[in-house]
Unconditional design. Structure first.
Length: 434
């Protein structure tokens, strides 16, 4: 983890939020490379969940909602974590993080207050007056915006059961002890699907989505299968709305198995509660039976930030090459922040630099391309290896006469000579096949 944290800072993946003021726990900024990787993760999820399917549409809802939403959903009473204080150092912790009754901060043994519940909702105020009538909350999940728009989507998109509504967006949870880098944040992004099905068909669809989502991590993201597992949650771990739930877990080095995505059977809990609290008819008319029904919901929900961390950890490799340490991020090309780097062999030769920049401009419309001439070619290669760039294109003196360049592959370090006019097509083929 320390190596990943250092790499993220040095190479522009992630910075501490408001770092020049000492930061703020649980808030992080994504740098130039980090935002590209993060967007690639979200793009692959959206493609698999929305664009590649006929039965799912997308949505983007407001972060701040009418506070009655959170009464209906149960978050104001149920969305809590167990909390204790150390009597000696006065630090506050999640009770389930204190495994051996030893304070992680001062080392005191058995000096904790009784466990009490702490609501994770962030409070704010809407309007110029800060009183109870203006109280609102930052959303702790994106799901409720989907449920409150169920009828709007049903009426405008004319979908029939089963169908889904997907959303990617920011959520906020006032975690008691954020930590382990971006593993547990107070501000994070979620990728959530609410898949509406007929009652009685929910268990079949639940199993379907568990398998579908597990395979996506291996096939789309390239995570190693041996570091993934599916765990069914016992009843005592279920959320207040869940009939059953599974977690797709990743074996985080140094931390162990932890959740990447939860797939819950939320039954008709949410729609039924919103019908009760809003007085609106959020029913679905079943043409086969002629009845108005409240659909059940299967919810695959993943955190982008923790998945970002898993992708980095899974791709990180160290090896010895000619007695020198080589760090390489073996990211699947679809995830890589930069797809192609163009490197002039001699930055002090204007004609080589000019050709390299011309090639960069030609590749940019097709690939996320970086030009770099700030070091020797060996150091430039190592830099691109560290950020996961699949291919480097080197322009040298010979390129000026034979109109060819050297293409170097990240994982094998193999190099081939390619005519410049064939370069875009060759890279397209290689990136598509990888």
């Amino acid at each position: 983890m320390e190596q990943i944290v250092d790499l993220c800072k040095q190479r522009g993946f992630i910075f501490q939020g408001s770092e020049i003021y000492g930061g703020l726990g649980g808030f992080w900024d994504y740098g130039p490379l980090g935002v590209e990787l993060k967007n690639n993760i979200k793009r692959l999820w959206w493609k698999a969940i929305v664009h590649d399917r006929e039965d799912v549409v997308g949505l983007d809802t407001a972060i701040i909602m009418n506070p009655r939403v959170w009464e209906a959903s149960g978050h104001l009473t149920e969305f809590t974590d167990p909390m204790v204080d150390c009597k000696q150092c006065k630090r506050r912790f999640r009770a389930d993080d204190i495994k051996d009754q030893t304070c992680p901060s001062c080392g005191a043994i058995g000096q904790f207050t009784p466990v009490r519940r702490f609501n994770l909702m962030f409070k704010t105020f809407v309007g110029p007056v800060e009183d109870a009538s203006a109280l609102a909350y930052l959303r702790p999940e994106t799901a409720q915006g989907i449920f409150t728009n169920f009828k709007n989507v049903l009426n405008t998109m004319r979908k029939k059961l089963p169908f889904g509504i997907a959303q990617i967006g920011r959520s906020f949870r006032n975690e008691i002890t954020p930590g382990d880098f971006i593993f547990r944040d107070r501000e994070f992004e979620q990728m959530e699907l609410e898949y509406f099905v007929k009652p009685g068909e929910d268990e079949r669809w639940h199993k379907y989505w568990v398998e579908e989502r597990f395979n996506w991590y291996i096939q789309a993201l390239g995570l190693r299968a041996e570091r993934l597992r599916i765990r069914e949650l016992p009843k005592e771990e279920l959320a207040h709305y869940a009939k059953a739930a599974y977690e797709i877990e990743y074996d985080f080095p140094g931390k162990g198995w932890a959740e990447l995505e939860g797939i819950a059977n939320r039954t008709d809990y949410d729609l039924r509660r919103h019908i009760e609290f809003s007085g609106k008819e959020l029913f679905y008319f079943d043409e086969e039976t002629g009845e108005h029904i409240i659909p059940y919901v299967i919810e695959p929900s993943a955190g982008v930030d923790r998945l970002f961390l898993a992708c980095l950890l899974d791709a990180y490799h160290e090896e010895e090459v000619r007695d020198r340490r080589r760090v390489v991020l073996r990211l699947k090309p679809a995830l890589a922040p930069i797809k192609v780097a163009v490197l002039p062999l001699l930055a002090n030769r204007p004609e080589i630099v000019s050709l390299a920049r011309e090639i960069t401009a030609r590749l940019k419309p097709k690939f996320t391309t970086m030009y770099d001439d700030t070091a020797s070619i060996g150091r430039l290669y190592r830099r691109q290896d560290e950020i996961g760039t699949p291919y480097c294109v080197t322009v040298d003196v010979q390129s000026l006469t034979d109109h060819q360049v050297t293409v170097r592959e990240r994982d094998t370090m193999e190099q081939i000579r390619v005519p410049i006019d064939q370069l875009p097509r060759l890279l397209e083929e290689k990136l598509a096949l990888a």
